[in-house]
Design a protein around this ligand. Structure first.
Ligand code: 2X7
Ligand code: FE2
Length: 324
């Protein structure tokens, strides 16, 4: 895709407030077994179909299954997540779009029904979870200190988007771990990958807040990979005989990114993620994956791909990074 709208995000004034973009973040302090810090990060995509296919009691529509390989990957993620014993799950999601700045949900007990606007017949999910308010407020504070425009959402009753709920359900359907949820500043949808650099700052601020509050945190980047999908679906949405990549180019782009993920180190992804966005309209353009790796300090490790599969033609991978 051509970089038609590639321009520097924000005004000159807001750019001056922002931390320098290319300055490497200080190395994160290594989390000890019982100390705080980021203990793992996961690429945790949120296609509503995966929740629909599971038939959890919280979701109204019923299915006969489907997309099993991706769901087996999530089963493995859940097993590993429990072993990490996190105090909190911190999720960045592309469908909580905020026009100005980076918002953090500070509502203690979000409750409601989350609906997927394009696939409401697949995802009408009743949620009721706890927020780690101290950490949420600390992220707002650290982001502002780093020069970002940040805002705490403190208004009860605002509907939580399906990308936040989908990733959280798929990672932890028991909902027994407190959550902090971050919005996606929507500039990426206007400015190609120009806002990815700002995710470096948001990632470093997230880590500073986690260390300041002493939490053991697992991070979730709620992103699909290649992001073109069909505009029609089969009569039975879970009919796997028609599930396939959008085209060879999209599939090959995803495989190239995952090759770099599996080889490591993560610093190679600083170039590979923008290249993948150019090639495939990747949903990582919304910044969740870059935020996650920046928060982890771009560790010198490989990621482990737990599963890859398409959902209505989009590419989706479940990936784990555990800092050594
Ligand atoms: O938001 C999504 C997505 N990322 C992928 C597939 C289908 C629907 O919604
Ligand atoms: Fe999405």
């Amino acid at each position: 895709m051509a970089r038609v709208f590639h321009a520097t995000a924000g005004s000159g004034r807001s750019a001056a407030r922002r931390a320098p973009r290319t300055e490497p973040a200080p190395a994160p302090s290594a989390p000890g077994r019982d100390r705080g810090g980021i203990v793992a990060g996961y690429l945790a995509p949120h296609p509503p179909h995966l929740v629909y296919a599971e038939n959890p009691p919280q979701n109204e529509p019923r299915s006969t299954g489907g997309w099993e390989v991706l769901r087996w990957g999530y089963e493995e993620l859940r097993r590993r997540l429990k072993q990490h014993r996190p105090d909190v799950l911190v999720v960045h999601a592309p469908h909580w779009i905020t026009m100005v700045g980076h918002h953090v949900n500070c509502v203690p007990n979000p409750r409601g029904v989350s609906v997927e606007p394009i696939f409401p017949h697949l995802f009408r999910y009743h949620y009721d979870f706890r927020t780690d308010v101290d950490l949420a407020e600390a992220i707002v504070d650290e982001g502002a200190k780093a020069g970002l425009v940040t805002s705490g959402l403190r208004e009860e009753g605002v509907r939580v988007d399906y990308a936040t709920i989908g990733a959280l359900h798929l990672a932890n359907p028991d909902w027994d771990i407190p959550v902090v949820s971050l919005s996606a500043n929507n500039n990426p949808y206007y400015y190609s990958d120009a806002s990815l650099a700002e995710m470096e700052t948001l990632g470093a601020a997230t880590r500073a807040a986690i260390e300041r509050t002493g939490r053991r945190a697992v991070l979730l980047a709620s992103n699909s990979l290649s992001h073109l999908h069909w505009d029609t679906e089969p009569e039975l949405p879970e009919d796997m005989s028609v599930e396939r990549p959008f085209d060879h180019h999209q599939y090959a782009g995803d495989m190239e990114l995952l090759r770099v993920v599996r080889e490591g180190p993560t610093s190679r992804l600083r170039d590979a993620i923008p290249a993948h966005i150019e090639a495939t309209s990747s949903e990582t353009k919304a910044g969740s994956l870059t935020w996650l790796l920046a928060a982890m300090g771009w560790p010198a490790i490989a990621g482990e791909v737990l599963a890859y599969g398409t959902v209505i033609a989009t590419g989706n991978a479940v990936v784990e990074w555990v800092p050594s």
